[in-house]
Design a protein around this ligand. Structure first.
Ligand code: CAA
Length: 380
């Protein structure tokens, strides 16, 4: 695609975000729920299947367009942004990249249209950052697998119809022996145990899910037997671009509000932006946001061109997440006491930003991935 096309996509998504999403953001945060008709509109506009090829019912866009969609929607509402990101990067992508033709035809059209919502079940109560130590077990029962275990912090877990589930098919203490499965969440034994009461992204469900002898047909094994950890890691490489885009959207929203406020608010007889202390904050916000966007674009471009992008997606997520936290903290500072209240949206941006430094790999894990890539030559 050429830059003009991306600008057209951004303008189209921004219009939708400003008219359909932003007016609902405060109530989504307060009521801890994204209205079903908003999810339906996301589907109708192609935002839930943006990079799914048209032959499987998607909009046939590329990953760069997808990152623009997540950024613009997250600028309006970070909960809605992560619904799109977890559904697309974590629910759809593994089927698209590792599924066989039959699985793609069976599962992608409903996911791409938004009729079905997807989620990704990797983390467990005792296997978070150390994902390879998960203990959920899929027992081979001949015609089917029977999955038992507990997964937690599952974004979209409450709404999902389709779950990508990682389970051991051989009991080992490390990542070896993990296989991936496509699981229909209406299967008996799949049970949402609780949804977390969180600091931010309150409209997005974060569920703990119990698997009690969930029967999964053999044909729902995703990718190669016992190559599940590579599927998880490969999926998270792309997912991290989605979360970086979410972080960027939150930072952009906080920056725009701080800028607007600095013009409205008069102190010492002048608008705030006449003060160099405020100008310097706005200048640093603008620069960090621009740098985040370029890192995201570089990671997305590499993914679109089929070039290795683990390093770039980790850099994008690390920088954009830390930028979101910094920009939202400073936005509250610009607004002073007002920024600390729920009368103004920056306190929501601040609460929503924090999770981007944690999920889909903490900032520490992004540094592990970056260092491992940069030091490869000394360790081979
Ligand atoms: N792509 C493909 N394969 C990869 C890979 C990648 N990006 N990274 C590693 N691998 C492969 C390695 O090549 C290796 O395979 P071989 O044995 O064939 O050589 C295998 O995976 C193990 O690699 P490591 O030895 O590096 O693995 P490790 O156990 O030391 O873990 C880690 C590395 C970076 C710490 C990894 O465990 C990790 O990323 N942890 C964070 C997990 C995470 O992001 N969790 C978030 C879950 S999703 C979520 O947040 C919930 C939600 O709903 C939003």
């Amino acid at each position: 695609m050429i830059l003009n096309d991306y600008q057209e996509i951004r303008d189209m998504v921004a219009k939708f975000a400003d008219t359909e999403v932003a007016p609902l953001a405060a109530s989504i945060d307060k009521n801890e729920k994204i209205p079903a008709d908003l999810v339906a509109k996301l589907g109708e506009n192609g935002f839930l299947g943006s990079y799914v090829p048209e032959e499987y019912g998607g909009a046939g866009m590329d990953y760069t367009s997808y990152s623009i969609i997540v950024e613009e929607i997250s600028r309006a509402c970070a909960s809605t942004g992560v619904l799109i990101s977890a559904h697309t990067s974590l629910g759809i992508y593994p089927i698209l990249a590792f599924g066989n033709e039959e699985q793609k035809k069976k599962f992608l059209p409903k996911l791409a249209s938004g009729e079905h919502i997807g989620c990704f079940c990797l983390s467990e109560p005792n296997a978070g950052t150390d994902a390879g130590s998960l203990t959920t077990y899929a027992e081979d029962k001949g015609d089917y697998y029977e999955i038992s275990g507990t997964k937690n912090f599952i974004t979209n877990g409450k709404e999902a119809n389709i779950a990508i589930v990682f389970a051991k098919t051989t009991k080992t203490p490390n990542y070896k022996g993990i296989s991936a499965f496509i699981v229909d969440t209406s299967t008996p034994g799949f049970q949402v145990m609780k949804c977390e009461d969180k600091l931010g992204i309150k409209g997005s469900s974060t569920a703990q899910i119990a698997f009690d002898k969930v029967k999964v047909p053999k044909e729902n094994l995703l990718g190669e037997y016992e190559k599940g950890f590579k599927i998880a890691m490969g999926t998270l490489d792309g997912g991290r671009i989605g979360i970086a885009s979410q972080a960027l959207g939150i930072a952009e929203a906080a920056f725009r509000y701080a800028k607007y406020y600095s013009n409205e608010r008069v102190q010492f007889g002048k608008p705030l932006h006449a003060l160099q202390a405020i100008q310097f904050i706005l200048a640093d916000m603008s620069t960090k946001i621009a740098a985040s966007r370029l890192l995201i674009w570089e990671a997305s471009r590499r993914k679109d061109e089929g070039v290795e992008y683990s390093l770039q997606s980790a850099q994008a997520k690390l920088f954009a997440a830390e930028t979101a936290m910094w920009v939202t903290t400073k936005a509250i500072q610009v607004l002073g006491g007002n920024g600390y209240t729920k009368e103004y949206p920056v306190e929501r941006y601040f609460r929503d930003a924090k999770i981007t430094e944690i999920y889909e790999g903490t900032s520490e894990i992004q540094r592990v991935v970056i260092a491992a890539n940069e030091l490869k030559e000394f360790n081979s």
